[in-house]
Design a protein around this ligand. Structure first.
Ligand code: SF4
Length: 365
């Protein structure tokens, strides 16, 4: 079985650690979450960095820590404000889980992020990667922190041909890290592997000629670095056609709706929208009728102000965006509100709905 591979025989571990760590010390980027080793900040940064690029995360991280500087602050914060701080980062279940987990840390662990792998892994949203990242970076424990980035780098250095799309492969890479990790500085070692994957050993066209561990790299030696890692394709994405409308009442306020508390983009706010399943439903009159029926309101659609495509990991929304008017008598409640342009800023909207409002504003100028 591949899990039984002995990686220590493939590589001079001391020399590898030294080359990697020397390079990291010299070349590491100046990132705000590297300024101290506060486990809470490491945690927030790692959750934000899942599925999101470093450059995009930096301003979000700074604002998040500004709004919620401690575990206590985040545990006690209003969910709407937390979602607002995350607005635009996507994958909102990440921040909901983070807040639940932080509440647990406050209540069960006296506000201190636990140091044991078992306890930290029991927190909501803390998978093996995040647990390893916090334990190694903040607490200096020699625990593996294996994500796609690290699997790519190690598959090349150690010539590991396991399919990284399969969950079972993670164990192979965790074993490799346990064998290679520096016990003097696990924090720098794990960060250096991540940094190497981000800056040098990139998914396409790795910069092997600039690589500090080229001498140790079996894929480079055999000229197969572009063929690794092995990663089978994901299942097909689903296309959904939507019509959405920015609807204004007679007082110049916009109708917005809170999404259900579970499922995609849960609890975020949106402009009214309907799914169009049949080509006949795409006609403006048909769209208008569907809006009127679903909102129980007289809706007047004025014009199409644009199209938006938004790609999720498993789903693509194609949205036709309308501007329109509604009658003044809309009953407001928890889930439906009429808000002014200024008030809209207080609600957290997913990116495609932010873009819709921008389209609307551009269409008015
Ligand atoms: S030599 Fe090339 S493939 Fe090997 S670790 Fe360095 S960048 Fe990656």
């Amino acid at each position: 079985m591949l899990i039984e591979q002995n990686f220590t025989k493939k590589i001079n571990i001391n020399a590898f650690q030294q080359d990697l760590l020397t390079w990291f010390e010299r070349e590491q980027r100046d990132l705000p979450w590297r300024k101290d080793k506060d486990p809470y900040k490491v945690w927030v940064s790692e959750i934000m960095l899942q599925q999101t690029r470093v450059d995009s995360v930096i301003p979000y991280f700074n604002r998040f820590i500004d709004w919620f500087p401690t575990i206590e602050d985040l545990a006690e914060a209003d969910e709407d404000k937390v979602l607002k701080a995350w607005e635009g980062l996507g994958y909102y279940s990440r921040v909901r889980n983070l807040q639940s987990a932080v509440k647990e840390v406050k209540e069960k662990y006296n506000g201190e992020v636990p140091k044991s792998p078992e306890e930290i892994s029991g927190l909501k949203g803390v998978g093996p990667y995040t647990a390893g990242a916090i334990l190694s970076i903040a607490y200096g424990l020699p625990e593996p922190a294996v994500d796609g980035n690290v699997m790519r780098v190690l598959s090349r250095i150690l010539l590991i041909w396991d399919d990284i799309a399969k969950p079972a492969s993670r164990k192979v890479f965790e074993k490799a890290v346990r064998e290679l990790i520096s016990h003097e500085d696990p924090s720098a070692f794990n960060q250096a592997l991540m940094e190497l994957g981000a800056l040098i050993c990139t998914p396409t066209s790795p910069s092997c000629l600039l690589c500090p561990v080229r001498e140790h790299c079996h894929a480079f030696e055999e000229g197969v670095q572009e063929q690794l890692p092995v990663k089978t394709k994901k299942t097909k994405t689903r296309h959904v056609q939507l019509a959405s409308a920015i609807l204004m009442d007679e007082k110049g306020r916009f109708l917005i709706h809170k999404r259900p508390e579970s499922g995609l983009l849960a609890n975020l706010w949106e402009f009214p929208n309907i799914e169009l399943q049949h080509p006949l439903q795409f006609e403006r009159e048909a769209v208008k009728q569907q809006f009127s029926q679903s909102l129980h309101l007289e809706v007047h659609l004025e014009k199409i102000i644009g199209q938006i495509e938004h790609v999720f990991s498993h789903l693509i929304w194609n949205i036709e965006v309308y501007a329109g008017k509604i009658s003044a008598s809309v009953p407001e409640n928890e889930d439906w509100k009429l808000v002014t342009t200024e008030q809209i800023q207080e609600f957290a909207f997913p990116v495609p709905h932010q873009k819709m409002f921008k389209l609307y504003q551009d269409s008015q100028s």
